[in-house]
Design a protein around this ligand. Structure first.
Ligand SMILES: Nc1ncnc2c1ncn2[C@@H]1O[C@H](COP(=O)(O)OP(=O)(O)OP(=O)(O)O)[C@@H](O)[C@H]1O
Ligand SMILES: [Mg+2]
Length: 263
């Protein structure tokens, strides 16, 4: 693995009697795309929220570039260069692309005037950097009129503007068509090419297999597998592993394995 950017050591998280994560150890390196998969309720979003600093772990340590973090919260997470794109939620759909990229961090000139011209040039640069190719799109386009994949792109552009080194995408392709998914993949490849890291969460194991260099499998709060692409011959091998985990759990505790698997 590349140089360690972020490390979760022995992270556990309980919500009342529910144990969402159990002593999970995970490292994310620089310039790699890591795919995080697991069934509903596996703990994927909880892990993401802990990295984003919006949920506090019950126990365990968070390290950034080898340094143990204290007082971890969303501001600290951002300072550390971690940006999370929560699906659809973060964008103002009635506003333009440029407004969305700079929201809350507008460039201001003397006397507080916004430097709109500079923002537009910067937005164009960011859109080029992450691989927006549509000629119909400009910084002035209204986000509500963009496709799902393009909206993810705007959220990613904002993350880059915020100097993110690790960009977390929680189910970015869940509601997208194949064409739109391909757009998000292009953005992810651009992020990797620029040396940034991506944590990509997905339900569709084929999608995750196509885009990631390394894979993390969670099952009911436990880390079941951390493997490089070279160790898994295909998406089917990853799916077979996940099915095997479920089968073994079903043999041990049939009632437990049946819970939360209706989707
Ligand atoms: N705020 C919360 N309060 C209580 N329980 C929670 C909370 N957040 C998550 N959980 C529980 O923790 C477990 C893990 O949830 P989490 O959302 O992390 O799973 P996930 O892997 O993201 O699932 P999905 O694929 O459905 O998004 C689940 O049993 C869930 O019900
Ligand atoms: Mg989730």
């Amino acid at each position: 693995m590349a140089e360690r950017l972020v490390e979760l050591r022995n992270i556990s998280k309980s919500f009342g009697s529910i144990c969402a994560l159990r002593a999970v150890n995970v490292s994310l390196g620089s310039g790699e795309v890591v795919g995080l998969v697991g069934d509903n309720g596996a703990g994927k979003s909880t892990l993401v929220k802990i990295l984003a600093g919006v949920v506090q772990p019950t126990s365990g340590d968070i390290l950034v570039r080898g340094q143990s973090m204290t007082g971890w919260n969303s501001a600290r997470s951002r300072e550390a260069g971690i940006e999370t794109v929560f699906q659809d939620r973060a964008l103002a759909v009635q506003q333009s692309v440029v407004r969305n990229i700079f929201m809350g961090r507008e460039l201001a000139g003397r006397f507080g005037w916004l430097k709109l011209g500079k923002e537009i040039r910067e937005a164009e640069r960011l859109m080029r950097e992450i691989g927006f190719t549509s000629r119909l799109l400009s910084p002035h386009s209204v986000v509500g009129q963009l496709s799902g994949g393009e909206r993810q792109g705007v959220a990613i552009a904002r993350a880059i503007y915020n100097e993110a080194e690790l960009i977390i995408l929680d189910e970015p392709t869940a509601a997208l068509s194949l064409v739109e998914t391909a757009k998000v993949f292009r953005f992810v490849r651009q992020l990797k090419a620029s040396g940034r890291s991506v944590l990509f969460i997905g339900h569709n194991v084929h999608h995750v297999y196509d885009i990631a260099d390394r894979f993390i499998v969670l099952d009911r709060g436990r880390l079941m597998l951390e493997a490089n692409r070279a160790e898994l011959s295909s998406a089917e091998a990853l799916i077979a592993f996940m099915e095997d985990v479920v089968r073994r759990a079903a043999t041990l505790a049939p009632a437990l394995a049946g819970a939360g698997r209706s989707q």
